[in-house]
Design a protein around this ligand. Structure first.
Ligand code: COA
Length: 256
């Protein structure tokens, strides 16, 4: 369904894609190659005939242990700016997917890995998940959207505390802070339960999910425009009719 990429694995089961960052020997660290491949894959995935995406990391140890420190070490400021822009484009592309995208965080989600997970619709984690933005420990700052997106979840003060300390956040704390919505025993359970979540959610109208995703956080004007537009869809006609006829709705699941 998407091109072959050296650092990514892609599979589909029951309309739900799974995108795995496959660089386990370096704890799936994001180097330029991984980011370029992700950018290409996300362009293809935007138009792919799937209804949801799971993002995870290869192996048991890490989701993604951050941007590649060895590669960053020798970057000039201009190269670093371009690297940050590339990482930001990837996170924006995750955010813009026309269907739900869930980050399944197994093990370390540090730096750019945490930032990538933050750009998905939400995060489910395994017990061994460790989150953090440790950039300041390396004399760096977060550069793939972390200074913006974390605040929206944990509030500005807590985001400052997490970024300034660079400390690790356990899966339990991540759940308390609203970073991870659920914590599962291990990676196998994490992936199985996420697949189950999708199975239930995708019984709903894909048009409606798409429209809701477009307007979340965009303001009341956008909300009412989308609310009006949704009345042109077959799914709205079917969903309301099915309720009134006391039967299950059969959504066509087409995106507007
Ligand atoms: N960039 C480049 N390489 C990385 C990496 C990163 N962000 N994170 C891990 N790796 C590499 C290690 O260098 C090591 O490579 P090697 O086997 O060739 O020496 C390999 O992945 C395994 O990591 P290792 O450090 O041996 O595993 P560990 O279990 O001892 O420690 C971590 C795990 C996550 C605590 C540790 O790897 C770490 O601190 N990574 C960097 C995290 C970070 O600061 N990320 C933000 C970057 S801005």
């Amino acid at each position: 369904m998407i091109s072959n990429f050296e650092t990514l694995i892609f599979s589909v089961s029951e309309d739900i894609g799974t995108l795995t960052i496959n660089r386990a020997d370096k704890l799936n660290a994001l180097n330029i190659q991984v980011l370029r491949e992700l950018k290409g894959a996300l362009t293809e995935l935007r138009a792919a005939p799937i209804r949801g995406l799971i993002v995870t990391g290869e192996g048991e140890k890490a989701f993604i242990a951050g941007a590649d420190i060895a590669e960053m070490k020798s970057m000039e400021p201009g190269e670093a700016l371009a690297f940050s822009e590339l990482g930001q484009l990837v996170t924006l592309a995750f955010e813009a997917l026309p269907y739900p995208c869930v980050a399944c965080v197994n093990g370390f989600a540090l730096g750019g890995g945490f930032e990538m997970a933050l750009s998905c619709d939400f995060i489910f984690a395994s017990k061994n998940a460790v989150f953090g933005l440790p950039e300041v420990k390396l004399g760096l700052i977060p550069g793939f959207g972390g200074t913006q997106r974390l605040m929206k979840i944990v509030g500005e003060r807590r985001a400052r505390e997490i970024i300034f300390s660079g400390r690790n956040i356990s899966s339990d704390e991540a759940k308390n802070l609203g970073i991870a919505l659920e914590v599962y025993a291990d990676k196998a359970q994490l992936l199985a339960e996420t697949q189950n979540w999708f199975k239930t959610a995708l019984k709903n109208s894909s048009c409606a999910i798409y429209e809701a995703k477009q307007v979340l956080g965009k303001g009341l004007v956008e909300e009412r425009k989308a609310f009006g537009a949704i009345f042109q869809t077959q799914d709205m006609i079917e969903g309301t009719a099915a309720f009134l006829e006391k039967r299950k709705a059969e959504f066509k699941g087409k995106i507007l």
